[in-house]
Design a protein around this ligand. Structure first.
Ligand SMILES: [Zn+2]
Length: 299
């Protein structure tokens, strides 16, 4: 089964690892699977807002069969799982609905299961898994118990960048992108060694990668371009391009030109293959990001 991992060698690693290793009290409401369990209010909300409109299962209880046993994981807190469920519709699914004019695109293409997990998943090499997508059918999101509503940067970093990233992989699996994309940075991808070489974000930009993780392989590069573009503002995008400019005009690689050339392929792919204008999608996501304080999480 193909599995895509978006992971990060974070400066905050030690802190997070520490957090991951401490024992956490469970919330009052049990999220442990009980085969006889009765539906609660949230389950009914999920049926109305995920199952019926999108045929998506939003799973917040911990079930061994659905989680990766390589990690020592903690279930999602009930309140945080509810918040993330509403935010996912507001910032991701609903944004696609708005630009495509219906829920059909998400219902047809989005993975059939979103599984939220309370704790981060820390790999043996020390990197942190932000999310996984398996076989186009399931997206797992970690660190739900750290969800905060007061910072859009935080929400993007931990959840929504990951969601757009993983969804990008799924779209690519359904409709491949042109081989021209792979040729542009062909000699500069570094597979898993992007971690050991500790490519920092600024160096990555100079090499023509929108993030350090984008330098791992073409598939990651492609979806990082989608994800960063959609979740960040025009100003943030331009700031990245500015940092990507060569220090010296004679430099062999012009990171800005490379990123722009790759992004043009990404933009045209989304438009031609999926009829999605990434600029319109970004505008919608930005408007929605600005209104999360109007959402009612008491459902
Ligand atoms: Zn990925």
């Amino acid at each position: 089964m193909k599995r895509n991992l978006l992971y990060l060698f974070a400066a905050a690693l030690l802190t997070l690892t520490g957090v991951a290793c401490t024992e956490e009290p469970l919330s009052d409401i049990s999220v442990i699977q009980d085969s006889q369990r009765e539906e609660n209010e949230f389950d009914r909300w999920i049926t109305a807002h995920y199952t019926i409109p999108y045929n998506i299962e939003y799973k917040y209880r911990m079930e061994d069969i659905e989680s990766d046993m390589n990690y020592n994981l903690i279930p999602a807190d009930y309140i945080k799982a509810k918040q993330l469920a509403l935010l996912t519709i507001h910032l991701c699914l609903g944004a696609y609905d708005e630009v495509t004019g219906s829920r059909a695109f998400i219902a047809e293409n989005f993975p059939k299961m979103i599984h939220v997990i309370g704790s981060p998943a820390v790999r043996n090499d020390g990197s942190i898994v932000l999310g996984t997508a398996e076989g186009g059918q399931k997206i797992s999101l970690y660190s739900t118990n750290y969800l905060r509503l007061d910072s859009i940067q935080f929400l993007n970093y931990w959840y929504f960048h990951t969601m757009h990233h993983e969804f990008g992989h799924i779209l690519n699996q359904k409709k491949p992108y042109s081989a021209d994309f792979k040729a542009l940075s062909a000699k500069d991808y570094r597979s898993d060694s992007w971690i050991s070489l500790a490519v920092n974000e600024d160096d990555a930009l100079k090499l023509g990668f929108i993030t350090a993780y984008a330098s791992s392989e073409p598939g990651e590069d492609f979806v990082e371009l989608i994800s960063v573009y959609v979740t960040e503002t025009q100003e943030q995008w331009e700031e990245r391009l500015r940092k990507a400019m060569p220090d010296n005009p004679d430099d062999e690689i012009n990171g800005k030109d490379l990123i722009e050339a790759k992004f043009e392929i990404v933009y045209n792919y989304m438009l031609d293959s999926w009829n999605i204008d990434l600029t319109a999608l970004r505008e919608t996501v930005q408007q929605r990001q600005a209104t999360i304080n109007t959402l009612d999480f008491n459902f």
